[in-house]
Design a protein around this ligand. Structure first.
Ligand code: WAQ
Ligand code: MG
Length: 629
């Protein structure tokens, strides 16, 4: 005896999830568990009503079917996918493939499928509001898991449909807005995956079963689809079973492209400075983090070369084994002084500094209070720690305090970007420090985009607030205003010693190379000795914002990061490309770096940009924004 188990879940009367299985008695518990979990963890929300129906199914009533063979026809565009669908339909003997494709594109939302008869060229299902619901089907002996696996469920259904009397073919488009892959299935062609069939975000979906009803068999077909118990054998293994494991990634890329989230690297064929060359063409660089242009500074470059000649190309070991050179300890001493802390610790990148320090400092008793717009490296540090992360609204100190009160803890950290990397605004350090003191929490700021940029002498957020409020821990990078590479943490001696002992990205990395350290040391000396460079940058920021305002864009920023809001991912990419054609490099910033639908152009200024360059750029940006809005 087998058991059919059906689950339907809804939330406030809205259907959110349905699934069915046919399992052995021993698997009833596990299956009910899986289906229930699926209903309460659904991406549309937790179900508030779950209907489970369990019926016996006798072994003799079951028909076993071989899974349709699976193939893939992934195209470059939606039009191309539908053209392939049309060709496949024509190959099954359909006379009017275009009309049927249109029907799928326009079919009203239904729980079931439309039944299209080619002999009369009409839909013949009894209830066109509901359609034909195929049910009583599963794969033999495999578990489905707690998440919807579109491919698995679709292949089971398509196999049953293709074997129903009189059915010539089936076409399907998911109604899941994020699922842009659909299929064509027939006995002759097997199950042919088609992608992309729609843009991400599109909730339209449907199924059409194509039948030749010239001999009036539709009754039997519908009875088969609705009542016959079917178990499908030899379903391809794996969650995204495809022709080869790599195909899975090709499909994922396809989906990124369809949603305008695809990214690729862009190559510059010169040093990083206020102008660069790309494909042999001179381009105005308006998005570099080398805010003081120190990556291209002659003294910094010479120091890097000299350090390599004196100290060698690599460090040869991790910091705790053989990799620490005088260069490392000199730089740590200077960084600590620069940030007015007892000690400092170098990491190979800013990312590693955040990940390695936060994950080490927060243990299972800790609560990390993290701004919702914090950089990915902070988020990853929180994820990697065994502490609890509580996210507060961006720079909202009331929300932070409310959350601190509702999460009492023996040991907690408030962590925030000092300058937010995608918005260019500055954290409310006075309140963060006050709350840290009041509730006995550590405070930490990430000064990646603050060092060399804000404060009279570019010393960062503490200087910006006149040293009235100093956080316990300052994270910074050597790779932005300082023009080299690497990250660091400045803090009290005990915290730094603790990190030396516990911070895994510090412990298990080869120490930074001499050239990097030589460059950073020289850059830090320049920043200390020549604060006028910072002033140039700050003047450029004011000037550029005033140019944008003259052009009618109400944009202002207290930092070198100046976001120009666009909204749509596609438009942001188009504007960015148009500006590049005009000789300005300003990338489009999109999800997942920023929330969906808040795509933007992110301008970053340098101290060495000339006023005429900034004026011209502001004109080009305003023109491009006008053109697309
Ligand atoms: N019987 C008949 N029609 C159904 C059924 C059913 N049991 N379930 C859904 N439909 C119809 C209904 O009109 C839906 O709006 C439409 O199909 C789409 O359903 O290889 O997820 O469940 O990766 O959104 C294809 C997988 C996934 C492609 C299809 O369909 C692949 C999918 P959804
Ligand atoms: Mg769906």
């Amino acid at each position: 005896m087998l058991y059919s188990i059906k689950m339907r879940a809804s939330q406030k009367d809205r259907h959110i999830s349905g699934a069915e299985r046919i399992v052995e008695k021993a698997d009833i518990d596990a299956t009910v568990g899986e289906l229930t979990t699926r209903a309460v963890q659904h991406s549309l929300g937790c179900a508030d009503f779950i209907n489970l129906k369990i019926e016996t199914v006798s072994q003799e009533d079951i028909q076993y079917l071989e899974a349709l063979p699976v193939s893939e026809r992934f195209a470059d565009s939606i039009e191309e996918s539908y053209a392939i669908m049309g060709t496949l339909l024509a190959e099954t003997g359909v006379k009017n493939p275009q009309q049927i494709v249109k029907l799928l594109q326009n079919v009203k939302p239904m729980r079931g499928a439309a039944l299209y008869d080619i002999s009369t060229q009409t839909r013949i299902e009894d209830d066109p509001q509901r359609g034909i619901r195929v049910t009583y089907m599963d794969a033999e002996g495999s578990t489905a898991g707690t998440e919807k696996n579109h491919f698995r469920e679709a292949l089971i259904l398509a196999t049953k449909v293709a074997n129903a009397p009189g059915i010539l073919a089936e076409i399907c488009l998911s109604d899941d807005p994020e699922y842009v892959t659909g299929y064509f299935a027939s006995k002759k062609h097997g199950y042919v995956r088609l992608s992309p069939l729609k843009n991400s975000g599109d909730t339209h979906g449907g199924r059409i079963f194509i039948i030749d009803n010239s001999r009036n068999i539709a009754r039997a077909t519908i009875a088969y689809l609705e009542n016959k118990k079917v178990l499908v054998r030899n379903l391809p293994a794996g969650r995204h079973a495809t022709a080869s494991p790599e195909e899975h990634f090709r499909q994922q890329l396809q989906e990124l492209k369809a949603a305008d989230f695809f990214r690729s690297v862009r190559t510059i064929d010169s040093q990083q400075s206020s102008t660069v060359t790309m494909n042999g063409k001179e381009i105005l660089m308006l998005s570099s983090n080398s805010y003081l242009d120190l990556a291209a500074d002659p003294q910094v470059k010479a120091a890097a070369a000299q350090a390599a000649l004196t100290w060698g190309a690599g460090s040869g070991g991790s910091r705790l084994t053989t990799g620490t050179m005088t260069l490392h300890t000199d730089l740590e001493r200077l960084l600590a002084q620069f940030k007015r802390k007892e000690s400092a610790l170098l990491y190979n990148t800013g990312y590693m500094a955040n990940v390695g320090s936060i994950s080490a400092l927060a243990d299972k008793n800790s609560v990390i209070f993290s701004d919702e717009y914090n950089h990915a490296s902070i988020i990853d540090g929180c994820r990697l720690s065994s502490g609890k992360t509580v996210i507060f609204k961006h720079n909202d100190m009331h929300d932070l305090e409310r959350k601190i009160k509702s999460h009492p803890c023996s040991c907690g950290i408030i962590v925030s970007d000092a300058v937010f990397s995608m918005d260019g605004d500055i954290a409310n350090l006075p309140e963060i420090v006050r709350l840290g003191r009041a509730y006995n929490l550590l405070t930490m700021v990430d000064e990646a985009h603050a060092t060399g940029v804000i404060g009279n002498c570019g010393k960062g957020i503490a200087e910006y607030y006149d040293y009235q409020y100093e956080p316990d821990i300052i994270m910074g990078t050597l790779s932005k205003a300082l023009g080299a590479e690497g990250g660091f943490i400045c803090a009290g001696r005990n915290i730094i010693e603790y990190l030396i002992n516990k911070s895994r990205s510090f412990i298990f990395s080869t120490a930074q190379a001499p050239a990097t350290l030589g460059a950073a040391l020289a850059a830090l000396r320049i920043l200390t000795d020549e604060p006028q460079r910072v002033r140039h940058l700050q003047e450029n920021i004011k000037y550029f914002c005033s140019c944008l305002q003259e052009q009618g864009l109400q944009i202002n920023s207290p930092t070198a990061i100046i976001p120009i809001p666009v909204g749509s991912e596609k438009t942001a990419v188009q504007i960015s490309q148009e500006l590049l054609n005009a000789g300005c490099l300003i990338p489009a910033i999109r999800y997942p770096t920023v929330p969906r639908g808040t795509a933007r152009l992110r301008v970053a200024l340098m101290a060495t940009h000339a006023e005429r360059q900034l004026r011209r750029a502001a004109e080009l940006i305003a023109a491009a924004v006008r053109k697309y809005s």
